[in-house]
Design a protein around this ligand. Structure first.
Ligand SMILES: Nc1ncnc2c1ncn2[C@@H]1O[C@H](COP(=O)(O)OP(=O)(O)O)[C@@H](O)[C@H]1O
Ligand SMILES: Cc1cn([C@H]2C[C@H](O)[C@@H](COP(=O)(O)OP(=O)(O)O)O2)c(=O)[nH]c1=O
Length: 226
């Protein structure tokens, strides 16, 4: 069996903007469904009507890093209570595009905001959740970290879509964000699954599939290459 909480699986995707996360969400969802799992596909900031309203503010309005941090954790609080916890309790797969690692990477490393404050907010929002020991934070079982040089991500995004507030940031900002992710990965090596996102799309998918099979989260597809 896969490592689960209440039979559910909490899997997140992370990386700088343009790293290629969204390109693999459909295939991941289909892969779990093909194995008979019910999948809740969601994102942060967002995932509930209120959290989506907060997302629009965070992505469009200028604000202080503290306001940004409070809003993403407020959105997360709703998202956990209304979507993530109930789905995990039902034994489902929660496939979430970003979670708290993004706050440490973007607000912490990118904006230079105090990570001790972020850790406090993380405690408030992610500790004491249903089905977990009081001291344990709700965290993803695994985080697929799409690691890509900021210069390549910027090239991929150029002309691909209208940039939002973060995507309009200079490459130096994304260097700091990328370092923030690398630090989180070092601190929680068993949770983070590093994906070399510089490879071609089908090779990136192969890395994802192989990593999740190796961790017992997915079963090998019959006839697939070892
Ligand atoms: N492996 C890849 N090689 C080249 N381009 C890619 C690759 N993966 C995604 N892209 C392209 O890069 C851009 C950003 O990908 P996307 O999945 O939206 O990234 P993210 O969700 O991480 O911001 C898109 O235009 C996408 O088509
Ligand atoms: C979850 C989260 C996202 N963000 C940022 C990162 C992204 O630039 C943006 C939204 O992420 P994303 O959904 O990846 O954007 P898109 O749909 O355009 O690919 O929000 C934060 O700054 N802090 C957070 O805690």
């Amino acid at each position: 069996m896969s490592p689960t909480r209440d039979g559910g699986l909490f899997l997140t995707l992370e990386g700088i903007d343009g790293a290629g996360k969204s390109s693999h969400l459909d295939a991941l969802e289909a892969r779990f469904k093909a194995q008979g799992r019910t999948v809740v596909r969601t994102r942060e900031p967002g995932g509930t009507p209120l959290a989506e309203t907060l997302r629009a503010l965070v992505l469009e309005q200028p604000m202080t890093p503290l306001t940004e941090s409070l809003l993403v954790f407020a959105a997360r609080c709703e998202h956990i209570a209304q979507v993530i916890e109930p789905a995990l309790a039902r034994g489902e797969v929660v496939l979430c595009d970003r979670f708290t690692d993004a706050t440490f990477a973007y607000q912490g490393a990118g904006r230079g905001f105090d990570t001790a404050v972020l850790s406090t907010l993380e405690q408030w929002v992610q500790a004491g959740r249903a089905g977990l020991p009081a001291a344990q934070l709700l965290q993803p079982q695994f985080t697929l970290w799409f690691d890509l040089a900021p210069e390549i991500a910027a090239q991929r995004l150029a002309g691909a879509r209208v940039p939002d507030k973060f995507e309009a940031q200079p490459v130096e900002f994304f260097r700091r964000v990328a370092q923030g992710y690398a630090d989180r990965a070092t601190a929680d090596a068993s949770r983070f699954v590093r994906i070399d996102a510089s490879q071609a799309r089908d090779q990136v998918w192969q890395q994802i599939d192989t990593a999740l099979v190796a961790r017992g989260v997915l079963s090998q597809v019959q006839g697939a290459a070892q």
